[in-house]
Design a protein around this ligand. Structure first.
Ligand SMILES: N[C@@H](CCC(=O)N[C@@H](CS)C(=O)NCC(=O)O)C(=O)O
Length: 218
């Protein structure tokens, strides 16, 4: 049995979409396990027993836990190659992993500085400065992703939905929360609007109860 612990709108959306694509391609289902991050459920004794890092996503395969997006998605792709979530050709796969790793180790932690600036400095002024600088950096990352979406055919890696598409959707939603108007990234927004209608993506969004409407004028 495969279980996915996820938080609504969090980075766990990436394997969530992957599991929906696997279900569509192979019929193999999974058990979704919602973790309410805003209520701190990731710090509960029960959850920490499964994942001592207190983070989502967590994949549990026949009772055995696996953390970290890149490891989870690499496992899912190797186990269910029929879903075509990453390229088979070694060079194309390495290129895909290069983009995926950058999203995970650079774009994602930049947003953490905006969303959880209290974890990076004491004092309101220092936190505000961290947030302001990270907002500019995050915008630059979104512009780089927009460049990728301009070549999407129709997905970032070509004709197949991949984990990097799901990550790109997450980042544009997060951008809205960080005060970045998606209308200021029109090619990126058009790509994400299209992506949200692709059945595995739409299914994961519906289960998480999320939409693309995160931007509010401040
Ligand atoms: N490097 C980790 C990052 C996971 C991560 O940052 N998860 C966030 C949600 S996007 C989380 O669980 N945050 C809970 C918390 O900070 O308390 C991965 O790739 O899985």
């Amino acid at each position: 049995m495969i279980e996915l612990y996820y938080g609504a709108g969090a980075c766990s959306f990436v394997p969530h979409v992957g599991l929906e694509a696997i279900r569509a391609a192979t019929g193999e289902g999974f058990e979704p396990r919602a973790v309410k991050l805003h209520k701190g459920e990731q710090h509960s004794t029960e959850y920490l027993a499964l994942n001592p890092l207190g983070l989502v996503p967590l994949l549990v395969v026949d009772g055995k836990p696996l953390g970290q997006i890149l490891a989870i998605c690499d496992y899912l792709d190797h186990r269910f190659p029929q879903a075509g979530l990453l390229p088979v050709d070694p060079w194309q796969r390495a290129q895909a992993m290069s983009t995926f790793a950058w999203m995970n180790n650079t774009v994602h932690p930049t947003f953490t500085r905006i969303f959880r600036s209290q974890n990076f400095a004491d004092g309101e002024a220092a936190q505000a400065e961290i947030k302001r600088i990270a907002q500019g950096t995050f915008r630059g990352h979104l512009e780089r992703i927009q460049g990728m979406t301009e070549k999407a055919a129709p997905f970032l890696l070509g004709d197949k939905l991949s984990f990097v598409d799901a990550y790109a959707l997450v980042f544009l939603r997060w951008g809205g929360l960080a005060g970045i108007d998606p209308a200021s990234l029109p090619a990126y927004k058009a790509y994400v609007d299209r992506l949200a209608t692709v059945p595995p993506v739409a299914a994961a969004m519906a289960r998480e109860g999320i939409n693309l409407d995160t931007y509010r004028i401040k």
